[in-house]
Design a protein around this ligand. Structure first.
Ligand code: GTP
Ligand code: MG
Length: 333
């Protein structure tokens, strides 16, 4: 797939198309598809560097990727999240593009993903498979799972996006350097999206059409197990980023439950002037107190989280200054 010479230069930037871009492809046993993915991205972005992060594949993935012109980096810890952490640590670029090695995402769409990062309009661009404009061949079970996560996402974080789990994204350097990720597996996409939005990075979506995996290539995701891990990690992030809503919510539920036996005891007392059901009274006091403790915990953690947010914003500002200083030769002011 060769392109006419005029297309090899980006007139807006007067640089070769794809200069400063790193295409990152996590792979585990994708020998059937990886050649096409690497070649398609090299054709779209001739000046970009294409990296395949291979995780102990038992097939020919690494050799095929190398032959197709990718830089192959071995990662020993299994799991997509571990690979994403490695990619972010090891690769230096102006714009990062991440895409699956299973040839399900269209390489042609990469320019639309990169543009908002180049223009400084976004720090993360998600290639959404679920926007109305996209006619994705999405497995029904994945579509359903995605809907459920979006439902929780809206309730927990008031975040409105259409595809939480897309594996096709572009990132700014600022985001990659400034966002620590900890997930080991397929929950990594949920983690990066939530962290980005919770930390006020700018996130946009562009519609892309998903293709089915070609015959002979197999999915790495285990729907139930990975689905539960993703949900668990969303709750953990909810607890960390919105502790008052999390612990306050738990507290209110406990107080509500405590009021059931408590209400009976109070009604008895109003009627007879006596506490007739001692066990119910003890249960009510215990449950309501637990609820209050949970709310107080929520308030304390909320204040701490708020302080850390300020610290985080200051650190990001400082990092930005140092980076700019590095570019202009001046130190931080
Ligand atoms: N390096 C590495 N890559 C992985 C690992 N697990 C999955 N991947 C890659 O991550 C990408 C996404 O995995 P998929 O199995 O396609 O998951 P999915 O896209 O959610 O599901 P389907 O495409 O519907 O099967 C693929 O390129 C995989 O090869 C891993 O442990 N290590
Ligand atoms: Mg896939």
């Amino acid at each position: 797939m060769t392109k006419p010479a005029t297309l090899l230069r980006d007139p807006a930037r007067d640089a070769p198309v794809g200069a400063g871009v790193a295409v990152l492809i996590p792979c585990h046993n994708e020998a059937v598809t990886i050649r096409h993915v690497v070649e398609a991205f090299r054709a779209e972005l001739p000046a970009a560097r294409v990296y395949v992060f291979d995780n102990r594949s038992s097939d020919e993935t690494a050799a095929v990727a190398r032959e197709a012109g990718a830089v192959v980096i071995e990662e020993l810890r299994l799991g997509k999240g571990n690979v994403v952490q490695s990619m972010f640590r090891q690769v230096d670029a102006d714009v990062y593009v991440m895409v699956d090695g299973d040839d399900t995402y269209p390489a042609e769409a990469v320019h639309r993903l990169i543009a908002p990062i180049r223009n400084g309009e976004a720090d993360m661009v998600i290639g959404s498979r679920l926007q109305n404009a996209s006619k994705s061949e999405f497995r029904a079970i994945n579509r359903l799972g995605n809907r459920m996560y979006l439902f929780f996402l809206r309730r927990m974080f008031s975040i409105r996006i259409s595809d939480l789990l897309s594996g096709y994204r572009a990132f700014s350097r600022r985001f990659v350097l400034g966002t620590p990720l900890f997930s080991g597996g397929f929950e990594t996409e949920a983690e990066m999206t939530i962290r980005a939005l919770a930390r006020r990075f700018r996130v946009t979506e562009v519609a892309v059409d998903l293709r089915s995996r070609p015959a002979g290539s197999s999915s790495k995701i285990r729907i139930v197990r990975d689905g539960l891990v993703i949900l668990g990690s969303m709750f953990a992030l909810f607890r960390d980023y919105r502790p008052l809503a999390f612990f306050g919510g738990v507290g209110l539920v406990l107080i509500g439950l405590g009021l059931i036996p408590g209400g009976v005891v109070i009604a008895d007392f109003l009627r007879t002037g006596l506490i007739l059901r001692i066990p119910s009274a003890i249960l009510a006091v215990g449950t309501v107190l637990s609820g209050l403790i949970s709310i107080v915990m929520g308030i304390i953690l909320h204040v701490i989280a708020q302080r850390f947010r300020e610290l985080d914003a200051n650190l990001q500002g400082l990092a930005e200054q140092i980076r700019r200083g590095g570019e202009t030769g001046e130190g931080p002011r």
